[in-house]
Write a protein of this length. Structure first.
Ligand code: PMP
Length: 282
């Protein structure tokens, strides 16, 4: 694979980052994941805008412009012959002598690589649906910043797997926040419910698109908190993320959701999302 690191395209085994990099020592870094379908980038603009926001929130330098970023994405897709897959991007504050205070002179580290995922949009999970477990949300309080601190979500994923499930939905003060790496939704009496934006969840790029498409399709949307009890009594449930698009959830803990099969509105939203976002891909 060819990867990108600090201005250079290199074979992956020649790319290096300092052991003093603050991404490594402090998880002082942010990231984005953009899907590639048919060799094109889905919602590149949304990801670039959120990246800018994450960098600003952490007072981190912007090492490349949006146009440069697009060019790097395209180069990697081309050089690695990615038809379906993803581009991962990470920017850290850079290497500096270890100190909690942000260094003044560090050059940010920027790394991008691709992952090949043939048939990304034809996942069998989309037909079958996912099982999720509920866990307490023990992450930090600024989940709106897309940082590389992913250990708690990783623990949640492991807990889910240990119970024969696919993922975990996190609960804080009695309300569902989101999945380990996705936003969470329920549908009750044809109303689509998903948590409102705030510091408690990541502002999903897929979430934004799906809510817009839902409104165009005249589906009533309520952006508000919901409890696990409400979720378990819902007609349908699903998640969204850049690489899973719209993915049905058919069981939460031991409770089947609705019929226990992917719901009709969920399927429709997946179709609309894929069709529209592939049409708009660049
Ligand atoms: N929430 C969390 C915690 C995530 O990690 C992700 C994906 N990185 C999402 C939501 C979904 O965001 P997006 O639709 O932009 O991929």
């Amino acid at each position: 694979r060819t990867v990108y690191v600090n201005g250079q395209y290199l074979p992956e085994n020649e790319a290096t980052v300092s052991i003093f990099d603050r991404g490594f020592l402090f998880a002082d870094g942010v990231y984005e994941v953009t899907s590639v379908i048919g060799g094109k980038l889905l919602d590149f603009d949304g990801h670039a805008v959120r990246l800018e926001r994450s960098l600003n929130e952490l007072e981190m330098a912007h090492p490349v412009t949006k146009d440069e970023l697009l060019e790097i994405h395209r180069q990697l897709v081309e050089r690695n012959e990615i038809t379906d897959g993803l581009v991962y991007l990470q920017i850290t504050r850079g290497a500096a002598d270890r100190d909690f205070a942000y260094p003044k002179d560090a050059e940010p580290t920027i790394v991008l690589f691709t992952q090949n995922k043939p048939g990304l949009a034809q996942s069998p999970v989309a037909d079958k649906g996912m099982k999720v477990i509920s866990i307490e949300d023990q992450r930090w309080g600024r989940r709106d910043i897309k940082t590389v601190q992913l250990l708690y979500p990783s623990m949640g994923k492991m807990a889910a797997k240990a119970q024969g499930a696919d993922d975990a939905w996190m609960v804080e003060d009695g309300f569902v926040t989101e999945g380990t790496s996705n936003n969470a939704y329920i549908i009750k009496d044809n109303v689509l419910i998903t948590r409102h934006l705030g510091n408690e969840i990541l502002h999903g790029i897929t979430r934004k698109a799906v809510l817009e498409f839902a409104r165009v399709a005249q589906i009533t949307v309520e952006e508000r908190s919901f409890t696990m009890e409400e979720a378990k009594a819902a007609d349908e449930a699903f998640i969204t993320s850049a690489t899973t698009f719209v993915m049905p959830v058919v069981q939460i803990d031991d409770t089947p959701i609705g019929s226990g099969q992917p719901g009709p509105l969920t399927k429709r939203l997946r179709e609309i999302y894929l069709e529209e976002s592939i049409k708009a891909a660049i």
